[in-house]
Design a protein around this ligand. Structure first.
Ligand code: ATP
Length: 428
């Protein structure tokens, strides 16, 4: 029996091709381990016997192909075993992709044939897109490929902070607890968690990201053959649908995986029927996917920002710095105060240029904002530059013209050009 008031333990036996679905308690973490057999968490094999610790609120499944026994603390929000899952159909997709990667590898030198599969995962919110992306990446990495993960979801992205689109090579199966390592991803800052704020900017950034990756693939046969897995937003109507088509086109996707919506699938099949080399495949949504309401999403976004500065288990020590107003140049992209109608020629409509770089005056309104640090060396490079990281504004001293900010590490910022959106954070 466990000492003190630590929760009781229990054992769960899983039959082959079943999964244990878990929602970790809101207030406490969960310890569990694989006692016997083999099992995986979203495509990554569990180590035998080692205890794993899952943070509060995490929702996940432990799936076994051949049977397993799990030992776990008995303090979850919910846990249950399900024997109906779409895992066979998912692993069949993986097998097809695997064949295409091998063919691409064998065709080195041939510009077209050496390109591995470019998979894009689409579907409504909470259909399991991020989870399927993760499985396909981890299964590929397990076979020794280094596929590129592209995350276009500015709401709940899994590479970096909300409000960004990003890409990173996946060199190892993704850690079930830590997620995707934050080392040097390629990140573009949109600044908001919905594209409606500035859809033109979103399209431009998607294009920039695609162009950089295209350049990398042209000199790296290994990552070219491994291909990409692209995760998208759950926004699939109207503008959301247009942005999906834009992404499919811009990244030249060759496989479109549609989760859990027949209508979207048939619309995409229709829209893409002219393109012979694009397969649109409908996949069943897993019954395990947990719906997250807007409050949960907001908490998850906040958590992401905390994790960026402090680490998943408070293992990072961010650094507070002070800069003069004159040392920094803060910009916002698009919109902004338009000329009042009275200042325009008669009949002219005030239009906000979505791509205009607008200088931001430093004042108390910047408090608690999360700003992106651009890699741009000159002002005219800002729009097309990716970003180095983020800072969080903790104080603005107007009389002394000083700004205090938190950064992941000490030392000078890589550039004085900072980008502002609507991303804020309040330490809780
Ligand atoms: P969105 O577009 O809204 O970001 P999504 O379609 O990408 O969502 P996921 O993030 O993949 O959906 O899944 C939603 C939640 O359900 C996540 O917390 C995920 O870990 C959890 N989940 C997915 N599949 C399962 C499963 N089989 N069992 C338990 N939890 C699961």
């Amino acid at each position: 029996a466990a000492a003190g008031n630590s929760p009781a333990m229990k054992q769960v036996k899983l039959d082959k091709e079943s999964e244990l679905r878990i929602e970790v308690n809101v207030n406490s973490s969960l310890r569990l381990r694989l006692l016997s057999g083999t099992a995986e968490i979203f495509g990554t094999e569990m180590p035998p016997e080692n205890w794993l610790i899952f943070p509060p609120r995490m929702k996940f499944a432990i799936f076994t192909w051949y049977g397993a026994t799990i030992e776990m603390q008995d303090n979850t929000e919910t846990d249950y075993v399900a024997d109906e899952t779409p895992m066979i159909s998912y692993v069949n997709v993986h097998a097809v992709l695997e064949g295409r990667r091998k063919r691409a590898k064998a065709s080195a030198g041939d510009a077209d044939a050496s390109q591995g599969p470019r998979v894009i995962v689409v579907g409504p919110t909470d259909s399991g897109k991020s989870t399927l992306s993760r499985m396909l990446l981890s299964w590929a990495a397990k076979q020794g490929w280094k596929p590129t993960f592209v995350d276009l979801d500015i709401g709940q992205g899994s590479i970096t902070l909300p409000g960004c689109i990003a890409a990173t090579p996946i060199e190892m199966p993704i850690d079930p607890v830590e997620g995707i390592p934050l080392e040097m991803p390629l990140v573009y800052f949109f600044g908001h968690n919905t594209p409606t704020v500035n859809a033109d900017l979103y399209r431009v950034l998607v294009k920039e990201l695609a162009q950089i990756l295209e350049r990398q693939f042209s000199v790296n046969a290994e990552s070219r053959a491994a291909g990409m897995v692209i995760n998208t937003m759950g926004f699939i109507d109207g503008l959301g649908y247009d942005l999906l088509l834009h992404a499919i086109d811009t990244f030249q996707a060759t496989v479109v995986l549609v989760l859990g919506q027949d209508k979207l699938c048939s619309m995409l099949k229709d829209a893409l029927k002219q393109k012979q080399n694009v397969d649109v495949v409908k996949l069943q949504k897993s019954g395990g996917v947990v719906s997250r309401n807007s409050k949960f999403r907001a908490i998850a976004r906040n958590q992401r920002i905390r994790e960026y500065f402090y680490g998943l288990s408070n293992d990072l020590s961010p650094h507070s710095s002070i800069a003069n107003f004159s040392d920094l140049a803060i910009y916002r992209i698009g919109g902004g105060p338009q000329a009042p109608a009275s200042a325009l020629p008669i009949g002219a409509q005030p239009v906000a240029d979505p791509m205009r770089l607008v200088p931001v005056n430093i004042n108390r309104d910047l408090l608690n904002l999360v700003l992106a640090v651009s890699f741009a060396k000159e002002q005219d490079q800002i729009l097309s530059s990716n970003i180095a990281g983020f800072i969080w504004i903790t104080d603005i001293d107007i009389p002394r013209k000083k700004i205090t900010y938190l950064a992941p590490s000490a030392g000078e910022l890589p550039s004085k050009f900072l980008l502002m959106g609507s991303l804020t954070w309040i330490e809780t």
